[in-house]
Design a binder for this molecule. Structure first.
Ligand code: BV8
Ligand code: ZN
Length: 247
């Protein structure tokens, strides 16, 4: 179904959500854009501009230059600590739904969403790169600015502590992926918000719902490869559209 006029699209989406029995909200970096968190493609500003996100977010990059990669994630963590959930996060928190996110920020939790499923980990769960044990979260509110920072050492085995995120080439946490696929397979309505739908296996999630006959609603200012799977495509920003369709 091609995109209905904006008004019709908004009310069709609102009706689907109001009538949903098992609702999933699937989010990407665009969900946090209006809070001031750069999307994955935009995170490379300033010092980081000379690097490719896909390169920095890899075990090889951490192996090669741990201080550069740790510095990048610490910069992103401090940025997230300085911002607040937006009206989109707040609208999602009002819904009785399962939240599945690719984001490593904690804005869904801070808006009040219960136990969102983090497919790609979190900026707030550092662990040892050797023994895997959780490491102490770095002090809150540091304004370390941009630049390489030496990662702390594990107090159990002295190996380097790494960010608790999933890097390219690494498998996703099994429980998170299984929980997300199960929720998507059982959903009668899934809203996909602010994702370019190019990173796998995460991008499969909305497709699981569509292939099971569920209705998929997309919120994104731009078209994405997920368009063909969607019953309703709403071309707008998350913090503008979600409060409109969540009664
Ligand atoms: C794996 C954590 C087993 C770290 C991330 C199948 C086909 C092709 C490739 C593969 C495949 N299977 C596996 C691969 C390889 C790879 C992959 O998918 N590569 C892609 C690039 C082709 N996948 C993996 O490596 C995965 N692991 O498969 O393991 C394996 C291992 C080896 C070999 C084979 C299999 C692990 C992937 C996870 C990587 N970690 N994040 C960190 O954050 O630093 S991924 C990271 O990038 C994010 O988490 C997210 O998933 C992705 C970015 O996408 P988006 O969130 O969508 O953000 P993006 O910036 O792209 O787009 C923003 C969108 O928002 C845009 O559409 C924009 O229009 C919109 N927008 C902007 N403003 C707003 C808005 N929308 C609404 N409102 C607004 N205001
Ligand atoms: Zn260790």
């Amino acid at each position: 179904m091609d995109s209905l006029s904006a008004e019709a699209g908004l009310s069709a989406a609102a009706d689907l959500i109001a009538g949903a029995e098992r609702l999933v909200v699937f989010t990407g970096a665009g969900m946090s854009a209006e809070s001031g968190v750069p999307t994955f493609r935009d995170t490379l500003t300033g010092l980081w501009a000379r690097y490719d996100a896909g390169e920095l977010a890899t075990p090889e990059a951490f192996e090669r230059d741990p201080a550069l990669v740790w510095g990048w994630y610490e910069w992103r963590r401090e940025l997230v600590e300085r911002v607040r959930p937006n009206a989109g996060h707040e609208a999602v928190a009002r819904l009785d739904c399962t939240v599945v996110t690719q984001n490593v920020d904690d804005l869904h939790e801070r808006a009040g969403s219960k136990k969102p499923i983090h497919l790609h980990g979190s900026l707030f769960a550092p662990r040892c790169s050797g023994c895997g044990k959780p490491a102490d979260a770095p002090a809150v509110g540091g304004a370390g600015g941009e630049g390489p920072r030496t990662p702390p050492s594990c107090r159990f085995c002295q190996s380097l502590v790494r960010p608790g995120v999933v890097w390219f080439g690494e498998t996703l946490p099994v429980a998170a992926l299984e929980g997300a696929v199960e929720a998507a397979a059982g959903a009668d309505v899934l809203i996909t918000v602010g994702t370019s739908g190019v990173v796998y296996p995460a991008a499969e999630i909305p497709q699981v719902t569509a292939k099971r006959g569920g209705a998929v609603i997309q919120i994104n200012p731009q078209p994405t490869p997920l368009d063909p799977f969607c019953a309703v495509n709403l071309r707008g920003p998350a913090a503008g559209v979600l409060p409109e369709i969540v009664r």
